[in-house]
Design a protein around this ligand. Structure first.
Ligand code: IPD
Length: 253
């Protein structure tokens, strides 16, 4: 089966279970190391979470493909593949700062069909299925109706490579003077969910990996956002899209 609603049920259940247990495991201590740079952290709980999500999906849907941040890369035969970020916002997780989440999406190879992002600290489960709207827990959510940059709150994020970060900091000098303020919340999945529920008016970031954005981009789109998810990922309410797209393009984002 590839009914988006059934895929969504599975994504929601697993994201909530794994996020809840990850938060519990965090309390008893954990080991961690670095990956692509000294800024890029992975904890033993990221690895545990990915292994658990992969096992649970594999049990329920043995023919599906799976790709995950911590190395999972399994080709399936069903036409459905799952895109997993076991803990998005790992730096927040490491430092016990709110803003990490478990992100799980199901795709048919060309587009996301279902996505769930669970924030255990706030007990907020964001989710969407294609054509089914977006929800936070059981309530429907929608993007902000902001239509001017000067009063728009903008979220962004930074990659892990020093050269990219230097450029991203430079871009901010050209964006910040034109908007209400900037937020660096620390997790791309929840940044996109923040757009979806109107907590921020827009978000942009260059260089995300598929697992960072797969679920959040669907949730934002289903909440009514204008979403672009390519080398540059950005999302905002439709009434801000022309102005915000022009601003970040002009800033060299
Ligand atoms: C990172 C977070 C961060 C974003 C980085 C991502 P990770 O994912 O989403 O907010 O700025 O680009 O790589 O490493 O915490 O899963």
């Amino acid at each position: 089966m590839s009914d988006p609603v059934e895929l969504l049920d599975l994504a929601r259940t697993i994201a909530r279970d794994v996020g809840t247990e990850a938060a519990e495991r965090r309390q008893t201590g954990f080991s961690w190391s670095t990956k692509s740079s000294s800024a890029d952290v992975v904890t033993e709980i990221d690895t545990w979470a990915e292994d658990t999500i992969v096992a649970r999906i594999g049990q329920a849907r043995p023919d599906d493909g799976l790709i995950g941040e911590e190395g999972t890369n399994r080709t399936g035969t069903s036409g459905i593949s799952w895109v997993i970020d076991p803990i998005d916002g790992t730096t927040n997780f490491l430092y016990d700062i709110v803003g990490w989440s478990v992100s799980i999406a199901a795709s048919d190879g060309t587009r996301a069909l279902a996505g769930a992002v669970y924030d255990p600290v706030r007990d907020e489960l964001f989710s969407a299925s294609l054509g089914g709207g977006a929800h936070r827990n059981d309530s429907s959510i929608s993007v902000s109706s902001k239509d001017e940059l000067a009063t728009a709150l903008i979220a962004t994020g930074f990659g892990y490579a020093a050269e990219r970060r230097a450029h991203q900091a430079d871009v901010l000098t050209r964006v910040l003077p034109h908007v209400r303020d900037i937020r660096r919340l620390g997790g791309a999945a929840l940044d996109l969910c923040a757009v979806a529920c109107g907590r921020v008016d827009a978000y942009f970031e260059r260089g995300l990996s598929p697992w960072d954005s797969a679920a959040g981009a669907l949730i934002a789109a289903e909440a009514g956002a204008h979403v672009v998810d390519d080398a540059l990922t950005w999302a905002c309410g439709p009434q801000l899209a022309d102005a915000f797209g022009g601003l970040i393009e002009g800033a060299g984002a």
